[in-house]
Design a protein around this ligand. Structure first.
Ligand code: NAP
Ligand code: G4F
Length: 340
């Protein structure tokens, strides 16, 4: 019998890549999906129907706000490994929805840990747990950041992730749960949500190429991020749960770029000068922002044997190319301009 895994947040960027990764390794994959209108299965649609669909993928309705549902799903899935990825993951939104963010991203993790621990105790077999932690927890701590850097969160989202991180440590130390904290720096892909800056810029560059009258509004152009590639990063999550003992690992590329650098690459790729097309909109500035994130992933390299493969420039070019294709499909389908 192969292993089985439960992924919360399977409909998100990372969940979709992780599902593909685990299915390719012979796992049976269970995914927690919250039902919404309209449905949000786009990133895993190819695994649910069509020629690539997998009979080893099983979806379960549930929501992080519902501890009874989480407990029932843990029982039904009976997983060897749990990857807890579901969260309200947008930092900017966490300033306008702090309580929802703490509920979903912070308490949701506490509820998931309790569901997993309960299932482990009832089934009397080991269940390994991964917590999707974030470099946003470091907040104001100067770069480079590693596992020993103090957490100084500068957003409600960062605070919620610190709560989840500490709850994971407590589950490990108090109850002996095989629980790992990944501290992942930003990672992107063509499946990134449209509200994040890399996808927003890639999409705008592609659309402005065909319609130079469109404008792109952004907030802080000076912020620096350590931007890696999501398919590389989900492999690190899996490697953590294959270790002999649980631990905490930073996952990062160690290379940092500004939002301006991102604009140079994306607009440069489609032959445009971003300065002619971008406006700074003060409404998009966050009440507090993190200036500079740059991870030191020495421990992950040494202990997990993990290394990033994709370079920032190649990733942004791939994302922009994908948006050029999407823009062509959109124009063919709708024949009209859409809002950036
Ligand atoms: P994402 O694309 O925003 O996906 C978030 C997932 O959580 C979606 O599947 C979403 O479902 C689900 N979700 C949200 N609220 C839920 C609820 N109340 N109940 C059940 N499911 C819910 O995020 P991502 O980029 O894949 O990131 C995955 C995880 O890693 C997140 O925890 C994020 O905070 C963390 N992280 C991400 C990065 C990064 O750079 N990407 C870096 C560090 C940490 P819907 O599809 O229905 O919205
Ligand atoms: O793309 P972002 O929204 O990513 P952010 O805030 O770094 O958060 C992402 O990475 C975290 C890891 O560090 C994850 F935990 C989190 O879940 C998420 O995946 O913004 C990046 C930077 C920020 O400084 C932001 O102020 O870009 C700046 N920015 C400038 N204009 C903008 C915009 N960000 C967004 N989303 N939209 C803008 O118009």
């Amino acid at each position: 019998m192969g292993k089985s895994a439960l992924i919360t947040g399977i409909t998100g960027q990372d969940g979709s890549y992780l599902a593909e990764f685990l299915l390719a390794r012979g796992y049976r994959v269970h995914g927690l999906v919250r039902r919404r209108s309209p449905a949000t299965l786009a990133r895993i649609a190819h695994l649910v129907e069509g020629p690539e669909r997998s009979s080893d993928l099983l979806l379960h309705d549930g929501d992080l706000g519902d501890p009874l549902a989480l407990r029932a799903i843990a029982e039904r899935a009976d997983p060897d490994e749990v990857y807890h990825l579901a969260a309200q993951s947008h930092v900017g939104l966490s300033f306008t929805q702090p309580e929802t963010t703490i509920q979903t991203t912070g308490l949701g993790a506490v509820r998931m840990l309790e569901a997993v621990r309960g299932h482990r105790d009832r089934s009397r077999r080991e269940v390994r747990y991964y917590q999707a932690g974030s470099s946003e927890m470091f907040g104001g701590s100067p770069a480079p950041q590693s596992e020993v850097t103090p957490f100084r969160p500068r957003s409600p989202y960062g605070c919620a992730k610190v709560l989840a991180h500490q709850a994971t440590l407590i589950a490990r130390e108090a109850y002996g749960l095989f629980a790992c904290n990944g501290i992942l720096f930003n990672h992107e892909s063509p499946r990134r949500g449209e509200e994040f800056v890399t996808r927003k810029v890639a999409r705008a560059a592609a659309r402005i190429r065909v319609d130079p009258a469109e404008r792109l509004a952004l907030g802080n152009l000076e912020a620096r991020r350590d931007w890696g590639y999501a398919p590389d990063f989900v492999e690190a999550m899996w490697r953590m749960l294959q270790q002999d003992a649980p631990g905490d690992w930073v996952v990062a590329t160690g290379v940092t770029h500004s939002v301006r650098d991102l604009l140079e690459v994306a607009f440069g790729h489609v032959g445009l000068d971003w300065r002619d097309h971008v406006d700074v909109d003060r409404a998009l500035l966050r009440p507090l922002d993190v200036d500079d994130l740059c991870g030191d992933a020495t421990r992950a390299r040494r202990e997990l044997g993990w290394r990033p493969r994709q370079r920032f420039e190649d990733m942004i070019v791939e994302m922009t190319e994908r948006e050029v294709e999407r823009a062509a499909i959109d124009d063919a389908t709708h024949g009209s301009r859409r809002e950036i």
